[in-house]
Design a protein around this ligand. Structure first.
Ligand SMILES: NC(=[NH2+])NCCC[C@H](N)C(=O)O
Ligand SMILES: [Mn+2]
Ligand SMILES: [Mn+2]
Length: 317
């Protein structure tokens, strides 16, 4: 079994295994405070040491500093909240993630809210223009300024990456390099009406919780990969929103939705992606330690760490 992993893992995984942790204490893509504390909780609960223990060389130089680039005056554009801050932070994240990828490291981005994926995926596509995206989430995060009811940009990163919706000069740094065939979802169960339309019109493949119940997680991951990465030859960026898991597993998150993935299903997704040997970047986002009691926050952080370890090969040693 280890030889299977070793042979396939050489395709894109850095050798020796080297991960660069990008801590992003950012909350401007949504309105609840606390999600900016997610990265430090993951770090302080021992994530770097855990990754070192499973054979990774870990670089972590402290969290990214955003204060100096946050817009002092950031009125909504249309209904978009904090648009300039979201844009500037993501642009910085894109640079940092892109540089780590070019250095041959696997960038591991700790959020922060999911608007950061505009940056992380842009950074990945700089180095790997043909990368595909596996998006694990309760939500589709593909609203445009026109379809979003909330105006929260964490519900929109994919529309920017795909170049769907009105172009805004504030976000003109984003190259819409992602194509609808290179994106696949797992775990969806709270998709807005406008988002359904977008998914349908662009033929974007999504595996909802209904599909997980019907086929089982093993088959769902296989079908998802067959869709975006049929020969397992393309690099994979996995963007994991912890609200993809059931709130009983990850209670401490800003937009929980019942009926989600079990802990094992979440970890299985991560293990299966690792097993392809194609993982080049990983995001873990939307842990908000301030929303529930301390015990539930701790539990959510511990689950976040376990997802990362699974995606970096812990269970397949
Ligand atoms: N990354 C997230 N948790 N996104 C939640 C998005 C919820 C809703 N669809 C919205 O646009 O506001
Ligand atoms: Mn979500
Ligand atoms: Mn999300």
């Amino acid at each position: 079994m280890s030889s299977r992993v070793a042979s396939s893992s050489s395709r894109f995984l850095p050798n020796p295994k080297s991960v660069a942790i990008v801590g992003c204490p950012f909350r401007g893509g949504q309105t609840k405070s606390g999600v900016e504390k997610g990265p430090m909780h993951l770090i302080e609960s021992g994530l770097p040491q855990q990754l070192a223990k499973i054979g990774w060389k870990v670089q972590f130089d402290g969290e990214l500093q955003f204060e100096h680039i946050l817009a002092e005056d950031d009125p909504p554009i249309g209904n978009l909240k904090n648009p300039r801050s979201v844009s500037r932070v993501s642009e910085l994240v894109a640079k940092v993630v892109g540089e780590h990828a070019k250095n041959g490291q696997l960038p591991l981005t700790l959020g922060g809210d999911h608007s950061l994926a505009m940056g992380t995926i842009s950074g990945t596509l700089e180095k790997y223009p043909d990368a595909c995206v596996v998006w694990v989430d309760a939500h589709a995060d593909i609203n445009t300024a026109e379809t979003s009811d909330s105006g929260n940009i964490h519900g929109m990163p994919l529309s920017f990456l795909l170049g769907i919706g009105t172009k805004l000069k504030e976000f003109s740094w984003i190259k819409p390099l992602l194509t609808p065939q290179r994106l696949v979802y797992i775990g969806l169960r709270d998709v807005d009406a406008g988002e359904r339309r977008i998914l349908r019109e662009h033929g974007i493949k999504a595996f909802s919780m209904h599909d997980v119940d019907k086929h089982g997680i093993g088959r769902v991951v296989e079908m998802a990969l067959d869709h975006v990465n049929p020969g397992r030859t393309l690099p994979i960026h996995m963007s994991f929103d912890v609200d993809g898991l059931d709130p009983s597993v990850t209670p401490s998150t800003g937009t929980p939705v019942h009926g989600g993935l079990t802990l094992r299903e979440g970890r299985y997704i991560c293990e299966a992606i690792y097993e392809t040997g194609c993982l080049v970047a990983l995001d873990i986002v939307e842990i908000n330690p301030s929303l529930v009691d301390e015990e539930a926050a701790k539990k959510t952080v511990a689950v976040g760490c376990s997802l990362v370890r699974s995606a970096l090969g812990e269970s397949l040693l």
